[in-house]
Design a binder for this molecule. Sequence first.
Ligand code: UDP
Ligand code: MG
Length: 316
Amino acid sequence: MQPMAESVPILVSLVIPVFNEAEGLPANLPWLLEQAAVPGVEFEVLVVDDGSRDATAEALATLASADARIRPLFFTRNFGKEAAIAAGLDHARGEAAIVLDSDRQHPPQMIPTMIERWRQGFAVVEAFKRHRGEADLGGGLPARLFYRLFARASGIDLAGQTDFKLLDRSVIETLKAMPERRRFFRGLVAWAGYPSARLPFDVPPRVGGTSRWPLVRLVRYAVDGLMGFSDLPLQLIGGVGALVLAVAGFAGVVALYQKLAGTALDGFTTVIILLALASGALMLGLGIVGLYLARIHEQLQGRPPYLLRRPEDRQP
Ligand code: UDP
Ligand code: MG
């Protein structure tokens, strides 16, 4: 990771996942490379086209033919940002890699400082949100709640975290050796626990195109993230079960007393409520078990987390 003769440039990989970025990419990518320039550092740029359905692939191919530093990778379909990051890291050849978004929300002006901190001996350098911008988990209260819950459940504090990170080669190899299919990049990096330097920044607005994180996807991302790092939800099922059992027991005693005292009349409403409560809790519990089971199932199937197509293959 460190000091070589000044004359031999160090190779650093930039990993940039892109999905439907045809609008912004042709201007953003060259701008980004211009901003990132560091003396003594050579860049290779792994731009991963995550199965874009617009003209991103063509735009990327054009950019790559104009600049030898750009190494494009093309997915066969949309596998998601996490898979795109993994693909970039898998193919990176640099002494370090920096993961960042293509839409200018991760300011490349920070890259020289990130590299400086890395050379000072930090295996991980993380760009940290000073104030919450529009990027990441929808922003606002739901995100804060999620981070609170995540920290409680997993013991890992992700508040302010982004995917904008520099990783030393050793960390890249650690991540590559992790066999899990459903990845949660920032969680994995935090979990690995390498000493990290934090650089605060303000998230600027996106340039070109629109953010593609509809609510459903965000919720899935949050649930995935949580389940990958905690089995608290499974433990909660037991707690809820105990609670329902206590309520049901109490109701049973009351019902029995009324029966014996001859005052048992018209218990219909009570029955309905208890039945609904109990079956609701049961279903919820089953659902949570099911989600964990699905993860195990997916892991056992052992399918690759992403597939690459050759640039010359026809697009889907
Ligand atoms: N992205 C991706 N695959 C997806 C969705 C997004 O590779 O399925 C890329 C996108 O092109 C961008 C980065 O991930 O470079 C962040 O996405 P976006 O800006 O939409 O998210 P936000 O900034 O709102 O968190
Ligand atoms: Mg963005």
